[in-house]
Design a protein around this ligand. Structure first.
Ligand code: TXA
Ligand code: MG
Length: 313
């Protein structure tokens, strides 16, 4: 079992050493904690799949530390460059045609596209200073299908006996994963609503569409059951029933077990969401108040709908 390592230069240096040597390390990002492996090493990338129990058909996001590196790995067209200039470093993942053989095919699920993002973290700069440019592959650091981790303890609970190191950077500021956009010429398709609300892209994208929730998902994160607690989830609950834990949002008369945001602030609610679901996951049913679908509410409702979906248990 690993223990939590503090965020300091000594530990970042150790993290880089482990990554170079083909190990897997959990790192804080501005969205959620990720499980990182060096993207050029097949064996290291395979360790991510093994530790998470992730199906091989679910591809990973390549993370770079300098936005200018994108062109080494994917075809960056005009629209992609505009979005990179505005939103990177930050919580936007772009799916683009893959150009480089330098990164492991193990993470691509046979696709000729690559999902790529430049996270907004302090350590990206430190990695560059240490002479390590990555890229790293980095899915959320949870057991596959379980709730994503927004604090280091969540990673320890899910994966502590399966990985080489966990760096504790405190609570993730966004608390929900990056927004995923697939770019096709001057069209963008929203594959996953996330930490940047879709409304923010409207000034930059003339043809912005929602992905159809097809039976064969283009992003396996779109699988109906995902982000799931053990408990059953009851959505749009306006009262608490016997035996339920109640997850509130905004001012309420109900005797809530947790309130995602007493003032009805969606940013605060997103930050609290995964921690709340994990802490209430010792009951039969978690009843959850209605949450508006505007702004970050779209990503919150997307995760809640998946948490509520029927699944093989
Ligand atoms: O905020 C985030 O994006 C976090 C942090 C750690 O960076 N990472 C994350 O990775 O959420 P993961 O693996 O949990 O989710 C990646 C999503 C999945 O739904 C995956 O199917 C999709 O991106 N994806 C990856 N590559 C893709 C591709 N080439 N085409 C379409 N979807 C892809
Ligand atoms: Mg994930």
């Amino acid at each position: 079992m690993v223990s939590l390592s503090k965020s300091n230069l000594e530990n970042w240096t150790e993290a880089v050493r482990i990554l170079r040597a083909g190990g897997v390390v959990a790192l804080p990002t501005e969205t959620v904690y990720g499980l990182a492996a060096d993207a050029s090493q097949d064996k290291a990338v395979a360790k991510i799949y093994k530790a998470k129990g992730r199906p091989s058909y679910n591809p990973l996001i390549a993370h770079i530390f300098d936005p200018a590196d994108a062109g080494k790995f994917v075809q960056v067209n005009e629209l992609a460059q505009t979005l990179i200039d505005v939103f990177w470093p930050g919580s936007l993942t772009l799916v683009l045609p893959k150009t480089s053989g330098l990164i492991s095919p193990v993470a691509s699920a046979g696709l000729n596209s690559l999902a790529i993002r430049c996270p907004k973290t302090d350590w990206a700069e430190t990695f560059l200073d240490l002479g390590y440019r990555g890229p790293i592959f980095m899915p959320s650091a949870n057991r596959s299908g379980h709730i994503s981790p927004s604090r280091a303890q969540h990673v320890l609970d899910d994966l502590g006996d399966k990985i080489d190191m966990i760096i504790d950077g405190g609570d993730c500021p966004a608390g929900i994963e990056s927004t995923v956009l697939k770019i096709e010429g001057d069209r963008a398709i929203l594959l996953r609503p996330g930490a940047i609300p879709v409304e923010a892209f409207i000034p930059y994208i003339s043809d912005l569409r929602f992905a159809e929730t097809a039976s064969a998902p283009i992003a396996p994160g779109m699988l109906k059951s995902h982000y799931a607690p053990r408990a059953k989830v009851r959505l749009n609950a306006v009262r608490k029933q016997a035996g339920e834990a109640y997850l509130a949002f905004g001012p309420t008369q109900i005797d809530a077990d947790f309130n995602l945001s007493p003032n009805g602030d969606l940013t605060e609610a997103a930050r609290n969401l995964y921690g709340a679901l994990r802490s209430l996951d010792n009951v039969e049913v978690i009843a959850i108040a209605p949450i508006p679908t505007l702004g970050l509410g779209a990503a919150i409702n997307d995760r809640l709908n998946r948490a509520a979906a029927d699944k093989d248990r």
